[in-house]
Design a protein around this ligand. Structure first.
Ligand code: ASP
Length: 282
């Protein structure tokens, strides 16, 4: 869409983002900082009791453990992220502390968890939610590992979710959120359990600056969802922001990045891949 120039503004991925937007909006409408809004927003999704793809109640990896990725970027272009973190309820808040309290951008695995605990985050039990346990048991019957995922079927459902979960449970996919506050500053956040039944140790695009999330306060912000491997291979959100720098409208810039992914895949391969970007410009 053509820019309206209206501020503040918040957008996020999937229907699950609606509740998250509400939480972010509370902060934005009272002239709060975009960074606080995008953190508070996705925390709502991370805490959801039933959600296939975000937070500790999400689907596990193929070994039966939920492992989470998250990233955040502020209006100064600072970035923080955690990858392959386990047993921590709010990876987005840990990512923010990596950005604000360490000289690093990304912490992974047990190191990320250790940092979280040092910062006072409780270690949650290593236990699947009832829904995730059901889905995992279902998946184990075939234990089929297909590295293509997050393909929705024609009803807009998650192809990887067992049929009984798709009946009415469409609360799916990574949440990515970007916002511009009343002061005109941009920030973004992204948090996910990654691909369901992924290989242990797999990390997607979501915690990687320039892949799953990119913010440049002079130009705009973008976040992605879908098959992270494809987004990583082109540095997807960086493409979107650079396309806006060259004058494209946000929607055109997102299309441009999607087309790059289409171009580097065969027609046969691309039909099994789903990728999406959202963006806002300055
Ligand atoms: N992009 C995420 C990943 O590859 C998955 C998603 O968007 O649902 O980890």
């Amino acid at each position: 869409k053509k820019s309206t120039g209206k501020k503040p503004l918040v957008i996020s991925t999937w229907d699950v983002g609606i509740n998250a937007n509400k939480a972010a909006w509370k902060i934005l409408k009272t002239n709060g900082r975009a960074l606080d809004a995008v953190e508070a927003g996705v925390m709502v999704t991370e805490a959801e009791k039933v959600n296939c793809c975000v937070g500790l109640n999400a689907y596990p990896d193929r070994d039966g453990h939920v492992t989470l990725d998250a990233s955040i970027m502020d209006e100064y272009g600072n970035a923080g992220s955690v990858a392959f973190i386990e047993r921590i309820k709010h990876p987005i808040s840990v990512a923010r502390l990596v950005m604000e309290k360490t000289p690093h951008v990304m912490l992974a695995g047990s190191g990320a968890q250790q940092f979280a605990v040092e910062q006072g985050f409780p270690l949650e039990p290593d236990k699947l939610s009832d829904e995730a346990e059901k889905a995992y048991q279902e998946w184990l019957k075939k234990s089929e590992y297909k590295p293509v995922i997050n393909i929705e079927n024609t009803k807009g459902q998650n192809a990887f979710a067992p049929a009984y979960l798709n009946d009415g449970l469409l609360n799916h996919d990574t949440i990515g959120m970007i916002a511009i506050d009343a002061q005109g500053n941009l920030s973004g956040s992204c948090t996910t359990s990654g691909l369901a039944f992924k290989m242990r140790g797999r990390v997607g695009d979501s915690p990687i600056a320039g892949a799953g999330l990119f913010v440049d306060n002079e130009i705009g912000a973008a976040v992605s969802t879908g098959v992270g491997e494809e987004v990583m291979k082109v540095c997807g959100t960086h493409i979107v922001v650079e396309a806006m720098r060259s004058g494209m409208q946000p929607e055109d810039a997102c299309r441009f990045a999607v087309e790059r992914i289409v171009k580097r895949n065969t027609a046969e391969k691309i039909k099994d891949i789903q990728v999406a970007f959202i963006a806002i410009d300055k």
